[in-house]
Design a protein around this ligand. Structure first.
Ligand SMILES: Nc1ncnc2c1ncn2[C@@H]1O[C@H](COP(=O)(O)OP(=O)(O)OP(=O)(O)O)[C@@H](O)[C@H]1O
Length: 333
């Protein structure tokens, strides 16, 4: 079977004078969940629409299994997409909507009941989509994407509107689709949403690539050697660890962070000075922190550009450690 990658190369699109997507290149591979992240207005939806042949690029290509979407011989069996959950006619019943989609695209009708069950909408199959909650409409859109049993899934903000049970469900679904060897691209403007879902991340800002990275690598790079320590004997612990060359800062009444000494060394020093402690663990950065580190310099740059206010606001909380000398903008080139 052809390897069903999504290959984006030099992709660009402007709306008037605004570049929505700017010379973007990346590859989405099978067998893993790839998160597509960036603040509101970063260009995720525009990129996905170009992948699906719904918008024409000004330059560059977006190929699925080596072909533009419009040249795929049997597109719905190759790619399933959720681009706009509001696209269902409100008067149409869920099952009738999927039946129409299946018949129109020459897909087996039995798939309709299979996908309704897969997304947990079978009890609502005969209800009109107009009465659905946003979460139910998302599930119906995902059912439509799965109808052709496609190798490639392109889902724009599928978590939007889902309740906690729904979020857990979609995580499981995406992970199992990837485990079956499918190519899964899922966008979100919230990094945290993808923390337990994505294996790989494509991060964009203002239409440009900021990072193309394994989630684990990004987290490791952002986690540095900070160790969190809880002890009721804060002053003694600070004295011992500072004397050993650690940099200690106070997090709370009984909480410290220590850099410059590993967790094992800290445990050994505290034990040898008979300072009791309750908790000692290496700090593990959240995806949100890693993302802020990654976009900080790009955000500083954007803060001087009034046209970029939404992107700057979305990534400008300013917490965390310095991001070193190579800027996120440079990494993207
Ligand atoms: N049809 C359009 N006409 C004019 N401008 C558009 C159109 N579609 C998108 N844009 C602009 O292109 C830029 C990228 O928008 P896009 O919707 O692709 O971003 P996004 O990353 O998907 O954002 P969100 O997270 O808000 O969905 C934005 O500046 C947006 O205003």
């Amino acid at each position: 079977m052809t390897e069903m990658t999504i290959a984006v190369s030099g992709l660009s699109k402007r709306y008037g004078r605004t570049p929505a997507v700017d010379a973007l290149s990346f590859t989405v591979r099978p067998g893993r969940v790839t998160g597509f992240v960036g603040p509101n207005g970063a260009g995720k939806s525009t990129t996905m629409r170009m992948m699906m042949g719904l918008d024409a690029p000004d330059a560059g290509t977006a190929l699925i299994g080596g072909l533009p979407y419009r040249e795929l011989p049997d597109p719905l069996r190759v790619v399933g997409a959720l681009l706009d959950a509001e696209a269902v006619h409100p008067g149409r019943r869920a099952r009738a909507h999927l039946l129409w989609q299946a018949r129109y695209n020459g897909l087996p009708v039995r798939r309709v009941d299979e996908v309704l069950e897969q997304v947990g909408l079978d009890p609502a199959a005969r209800r009109r989509a107009g009465g659905f909650s946003l979460g139910m409409r998302q599930r119906l859109g995902i059912a439509g994407a799965l109808l052709g049993d496609p190798q490639v899934l392109i889902l724009d903000e599928p978590v939007n509107g889902l309740d906690p049970e729904g979020i857990r469900w979609i995580r499981g679904l995406l992970r199992s689709l990837a485990a079956e060897g499918r190519t899964v691209l899922v966008s979100s403007h919230l990094m945290g949403e993808l923390q337990d879902t994505a294996d790989h991340l494509i991060v964009i800002g203002r239409g440009r690539l900021l990072a193309d990275t394994e989630v684990d690598e990004l987290l490791a790079a952002a986690s540095d050697d900070r160790v969190e320590l809880r002890t009721a004997h804060r002053a003694e612990a600070m004295a011992v660890l500072a004397a050993e060359g650690g940099t200690v800062s106070v997090l709370g009444p009984d909480a410290l962070t220590v850099t410059g000494l590993g967790a094992e060394r800290i445990a050994a020093e505290l034990a040898s000075h008979a300072v009791p402690f309750a908790h000692l663990a290496p700090h593990r950065a959240s995806l949100e922190e890693a993302y802020l580190d990654l976009t900080r310099e790009a955000a500083d740059y954007r803060a001087h550009d009034p046209a970029a206010a939404p992107a700057a606001a979305a990534s400008g909380s300013g917490s965390g450690s310095g991001s070193g000398s190579d800027s996120a903008e440079e990494k993207g080139r």
